[in-house]
Design a protein around this ligand. Structure first.
Ligand code: PEP
Ligand code: MG
Length: 316
């Protein structure tokens, strides 16, 4: 019993009936690695690389990038590290990489992968530095693109990554069109990672930076849960994993629901890991499935949460 308690505190993520759900950390750079290790992350599910590019008028050198990536890879020997290539624009503006024309709506503008397609030399430099770092480490490097809207974009990104010698290339699902056509995107990409922050923003047409609109940023909204289910189903059809790396993954109740919807790994800010690990360890996969079905049948975020909780008795 003592071993079970300890595993629930620090061990790998799994439901009480032994269904594994890797629990990973979101980081903004090497400085966040200590917290990820302290809270028992099994790897990194989202390495936001924007920090390397902030507050400067030119891209960081190849050597600087390689060192920053290698630092993180070396912290997880044998483990998984998912690095997101540069996600510039909108809520992550970069001085040296402005959109090519004035944008009245930056969140709907040339951002994320769209911007990197306009500046392929920046993507190629980043992928090259990542490939060199990976060759010096036993960690399993996976790269992923932000702000992917279509299967054509996914195919383009994966081809560029393959060319750079990177064996695992995935896409973030954070635009509703990508979730709606999940099966098409999963045919191209090696894995999905759902960005529920932007997915909520684009689903409800509610700017994530506007505090008045937080009710529409709630990942418990049934429309958002529908899109998560679509994405997970599309990925499963093609035999591809589908993680979540948005804020939603760090809510212990919602984490159980996400697993019930077919999500295969959860990545979050490190301090959220213990509560999510504990919530999973107290419920079977079947209970997660029932909680997910109940949440999908609800008509509001509040109702979805209450309905899910009624199937998850192990939560305080
Ligand atoms: C998201 O959009 O949910 C996400 C994980 O990415 P970011 O918050 O960095 O946009
Ligand atoms: Mg995002």
């Amino acid at each position: 019993a003592r071993e079970a308690v300890l595993a629930a505190v620090t061990g790998p993520g799994m439901t009480s009936d032994g269904h594994a759900v890797p629990l990973l950390a979101n980081i903004g750079g090497p400085r966040d690695v200590d917290a990820a290790l302290k809270y028992g992350a099994e790897g990194i599910g989202l390495y936001r690389t924007e920090f390397l590019f902030l507050d400067r008028m030119s891209a960081p050198s190849d050597e600087e990038q390689e060192a920053a990536y290698l630092d993180v890879l070396n912290a997880f020997p044998g483990g998984r590290v998912v690095v997101r290539t540069l996600d510039a624009g909108a809520d992550k503006p970069l001085a040296f990489l402005p959109p090519q024309e004035d944008e009245p709506n930056p969140a709907l503008g040339q951002r994320g992968l769209r911007l990197l397609r306009a500046y392929p030399q920046i993507l190629n430099a980043q992928l090259g530095a990542l490939a060199r770092a990976a060759s010096q480490s036993s960690a399993k490097l996976q790269v992923m693109a932000p702000m992917v809207a279509t299967a054509e974009e996914a195919a383009w990104y994966v081809a560029v990554c393959r060319e750079a010698g990177l064996p695992s290339a995935g896409v973030m699902i954070e635009i509703p069109s990508a979730a709606l056509r999940a099966s098409d995107l999963a045919a191209e990409a090696d894995f999905f990672s759902l960005g529920t922050n932007d997915l909520a923003q684009y689903t409800f047409a509610a700017d994530r930076q506007v505090g008045m609109l937080t009710a529409l940023q709630d990942a418990w909204q049934p429309a958002l849960l529908d899109l998560v289910a679509l994405a997970a189903t599309g990925a499963a059809e093609r035999g591809k994993p589908c993680g979540v790396c948005g804020e939603a993954a760090g809510d212990p109740v919602l984490a159980c629901v996400l697993v019930g919807l077919g999500v295969t790994s959860l990545s979050m800010g490190a301090p959220a890991l213990p509560a999510v690990r504990a919530a999973l360890s107290r419920h079977t996969r079947e209970q997660c499935l029932l909680a997910a079905q109940a949440a999908l049948a609800a008509v509001s975020a509040q109702e979805a949460r209450a309905a899910a909780r009624s199937h998850l008795p192990g939560l305080a």
